[in-house]
Design a protein around this ligand. Structure first.
Ligand SMILES: NC(=O)c1ccc[n+]([C@@H]2O[C@H](COP(=O)([O-])OP(=O)(O)OC[C@H]3O[C@@H](n4cnc5c(N)ncnc54)[C@H](OP(=O)(O)O)[C@@H]3O)[C@@H](O)[C@H]2O)c1
Length: 274
């Protein structure tokens, strides 16, 4: 990729992208999203907007008003929920590529992007340049139709954001259970679950779903689930609804893994019972 890239946005994704592209010796102009980035903005063949979703369309408008776009240029953003249509104007080609990773603490190295899926949506003419760009980062390009993008984004939120929520709920329960740590080992309560979470993720990677499922529902252990419900009713009734809903979803997986219909029906009654 000989043409220079113009990257707008110095947040988590913008910073990670900027440092990876510089490491790869790609000619790059990197500007913050806010402020006066327009007056001396250079022309570029590929312009990437890495600002918060609600500002993407405004930044795109500013770019269209500037002289940054050459004929046949490509304009892209990284949002998982927005369509590339928000970038349209002045006849350039538009696309979005959503890196399927959580950038809470990007290391600022190309390893931030190594092997991760980038979900492409946009103009057909943009597929090749997008693929080239993703290859530079070390990622893999996948395609999605514009109309299905929001569904894909909901899936990503369930897998990542809701996992954080679940760990937070588990940590709150553990606090009520009164697990105490030796002072010298004092740490955040959620860290307690890291070995369990890591092994579960490894199991999913190695064995897939439902193979990776373990626990009382998978084993058809009626008495343990009964005791869980009793304990939650008494100590954390606010969590019971979530336990029941996720328990019923887990039961479907347990059934797929081989739990008998009889055991499954008993557990279903127990989990549904208010
Ligand atoms: N973080 C992730 O895990 C992740 C993953 C995949 C995709 N993405 C996507 O990547 C893009 C950037 O996300 P991010 O996590 O890097 O965001 P971020 O860390 O919150 O940074 C957002 C950037 O947008 C700038 N900005 C905010 N309001 C603006 C405005 N009104 N006009 C111009 N610039 C403005 C901010 O500038 P200031 O610093 O001056 O406020 C900041 O540089 C988003 O489209 C997001 O959906 C993020």
């Amino acid at each position: 990729m000989k043409d220079s890239i113009l990257l707008i946005g110095k947040g988590r994704v913008g910073t990670a992208l900027g440092s990876c592209l510089r490491t790869q010796k790609i000619p790059l102009v990197h500007r913050a999203g806010r402020g006066k980035f327009l007056p001396d903005i250079p022309k570029a063949r590929l312009i990437l907007i890495a600002v918060k979703d609600s500002a993407v369309s405004d930044v795109a408008k500013k770019i269209h008003q500037s002289r940054a776009l050459k004929p046949g240029s490509f304009l892209a953003h990284f949002s998982g929920s927005l369509s590339s249509k928000v970038l349209r104007g002045n006849g350039c080609f538009v696309f979005s590529i959503h890196p399927l990773k959580s950038f809470a603490f990007p290391e600022g190295k190309c390893s931030d992007f190594q092997g991760i899926p980038f979900i492409f949506e946009g103009d057909k003419k943009a597929i090749k340049p997008a693929e080239k760009f993703v290859k530079i980062l070390g990622g893999k390009l996948f395609q999605i139709k514009d109309k299905n993008k929001i569904l894909y984004h909901a899936a990503a939120c369930i897998a990542s954001n809701f996992l954080v929520t679940l760990v937070s709920m588990a940590a709150a329960l553990n606090k009520k259970a009164g697990i105490s740590e030796r002072k010298s080992q004092s740490r955040q309560p959620e860290l307690f679950f890291i070995p369990l979470l890591s092994s579960t993720l490894k199991n999913i990677e190695k064995m897939g779903i439902p193979g990776a499922l373990t626990g009382p529902i998978e084993r058809g252990d009626f008495s343990t689930v009964t005791e869980h419900i009793k304990a939650l009713k008494k100590n954390a009734p606010e969590i019971l609804k979530t336990y029941r809903i996720l328990g019923l979803e887990t039961l479907k997986l347990a059934r797929l893994k081989g739990l008998s219909e009889k055991e499954s029906n008993l557990l279903k009654m127990l989990l549904k019972n208010p």
